[in-house]
Ligand binder design. Sequence first.
Ligand code: AMP
Length: 361
Amino acid sequence: MYSFEDRDEASISLRPEATASVCRAYIEHGMAQLPQPVKMYYMGPMFRRERPQKGRYRQFYQIGAEVLGGSDAPAIDAEVIEMVMTFFDRLGLTGVELDINSIGHNAPECRPLYVQKLKAELEKVKDELGADSQRRIETNPLRVLDSKLEHEQAIIATLPRIADHLCVDCAAHYAAVKRQLELRGVFFKENWRLVRGLDYYMRTTFEITAKGLGSQNAVCGGGRYDGLVELLGGPPTKGIGFAIGEDRLILSLQEIGKGAAPLGRDVYIAWMGERACAAAVRAAKNLRSAGFSVELPPTELKFGKALERADKLGSRYALILGDNEVSEGSWTLKTLADGTQQKLTEPELLEYLRKQKPVSS
Ligand code: AMP
């Protein structure tokens, strides 16, 4: 949590993530009464007091989704993962890798038993670990598995693994999630070191990494948190979700040469004259509702000037409308890439453009 006092000594806390907020909204707005599960998403800035570096900021942006209520069917876990993988695929993100794990649940015979064993093993190698890991043996032994320190890797490789200590139900759930992912054609790698720092996380955890990000290469993290709504004062409620790091997603897309979408327009309407103005407004409205991006200069411009602007804006076509064109009912459409022009009636124009692929799609 990023908390501080401002100059008036008022205490300020900034949200580090939004899952708890979504759970609170679920409780406060009585969403347990809606058909379950309830599927939600959010986007917004988050704040963490971390040491800034490439891809790690104190203010960053997340896009997240949560599925609350209903059952904890493994198909829900797999569908949530499938959705985010499909999203990355549609964006053209390359080198995407999905790691999954199960961290069991908080009943004595499951995760706590494992953590106890892990702690005992860590105590034996304590002197070989760095200061952070030594501290975590006491505060949160699972987090030692997160360590990226070179000299700790060989030690961590010898530690007991949670998959060997899951209770019967958690083991069955994990096996079913993997089957459901295979059914959906989602490739994954099992990573026994993938843990979440907070106690209310349970069973499925996952992380998605992408190329070109250096050490901070996770673009999405997610997991199941069946106890959280109850912890916040609501009814027992199943829950699973993820958060995408938007900044890192964009960095990774830029790294593979996928910059921002071009600012081009499909059609720039160059109009001159009072009657042409009315036709231009109507044409803009029709073209926009047909899905084309249109630039309509708000005041009259000489055709030369208008065509120059159309070019600068990266427009694909210029629609040239003077009073003569309007009287003749024959409009001029200029393809700016090669300078060719053609005469079209108003209905023909829409028909013609529909057959072309819009720039803005
Ligand atoms: P988490 O909420 O820790 O599971 O993080 C989910 C995702 O948010 C991560 O996979 C990152 O992509 C992104 N993220 C987390 N912390 C930061 C940060 N300090 N700066 C930029 N992105 C972050």
